[in-house]
Design a protein around this ligand. Sequence first.
Ligand SMILES: *Cc1c(COP(=O)(O)O)cnc(C)c1O
Length: 383
Amino acid sequence: MTLQKNSKSIYVTRPLLPSLSKITKRLEAVWKSGQVTNNGDAHKQLKEQLKQYLEVENLSLFANGTMALIAGIKSLNLTGEVITTPFTFPATVEALEWNGLTPVFCDIEPRSLTIDVSKIEALITDKTSAILAVHVFGNPCDVEALDRIAKKHNVKVIYDGAHAFGMYVNGKPIGQYGDMTMFSFHATKLFQTIEGGALTYRSQSTEETLSQIKNFGLNDDGEVVLNGLNGKLNEMQAVVGIETLLLVPEERKKRQQIKEWYEQQLLSVPGIRILTLAEESYSSYQYFAIEIDENIYGMSRDALLEELAKENIFARKYFYPLCSSFRWYRDLLSAKTEQLPYANAAVKRVLVLPFYGDLAQEDIFRICNILKESCHAQVGERL
Ligand SMILES: *Cc1c(COP(=O)(O)O)cnc(C)c1O
């Protein structure tokens, strides 16, 4: 293997980490109290701070985003079928499976890569109990259309908002839409608690059920009232969250600058389309994603991924593979390739580029130069 001049490895993201001394200072208080999990002081504090930050009235914290989604779906007592998107992280659909629900895959809309609301109603049957939609790369779903469809057919709307922390749609905080929204605080997400997650929800009465689900189904009298699990966010996670939340505004500003540098370099490259659409103050700044149109660009996404890897830049195919291609789903009628043309196109074209606050300007230009040099568009198409 030949080492390049610039051989420092660059990955898609780096966790936003507070200084270790600030963490240990807070942990000293936790140690002194002896309460390291089960709704301790740090957990309570983080919960209140996140309610404020996300501008929601109802929020519950969980050990991770997947557990939050599993518990949230369970709390809604859904049955039968749930309409969802195949272009998502496995956790979205796995949360349905853990609740004994059958996904019905709906194609995506090619511009935002979110669920195509014009195709949902044709998939609704008397078995449908909910729609589970994903704000892909912080591109908001058509939340108003989803509200209308849900009302008309009396089904619930749940959002996987793992990419949507701090986002707004039409001036309204994203966590206020639908019946419920899941946020992930995994180390790869902008706001992180190492592992962690939350649900925001419309109905205050859901809070008690969620507390029971994440604590083995136990109620306040110590009776087991439902089939629960262990989904609690502990005090160490909460402490990391309290300190990380303080860093979020600065991190968003840095990412805004990085997004601009990328855009300046890439907007004019034929065959590259930038996928992160949201306007500045409304963006989640979670990812910087592009789409490669091989016919125009002159190279496939996969070949480009290799070109980048040769220079030790590790971009990612995300989401890959489609959830509809899982062995246990691919024979479903709704999982057939013909039913999902845009999802099947996106899974071959989308590339997530390195995106985090401390990414150096020179590294961004290096990445963009590879993207420009790899473009083999015909000269006539260039301008
Ligand atoms: C990160 C992510 C999840 C999973 O969240 P965890 O906190 O890692 O369990 C779910 N859905 C999407 C879209 C994600 O990006």
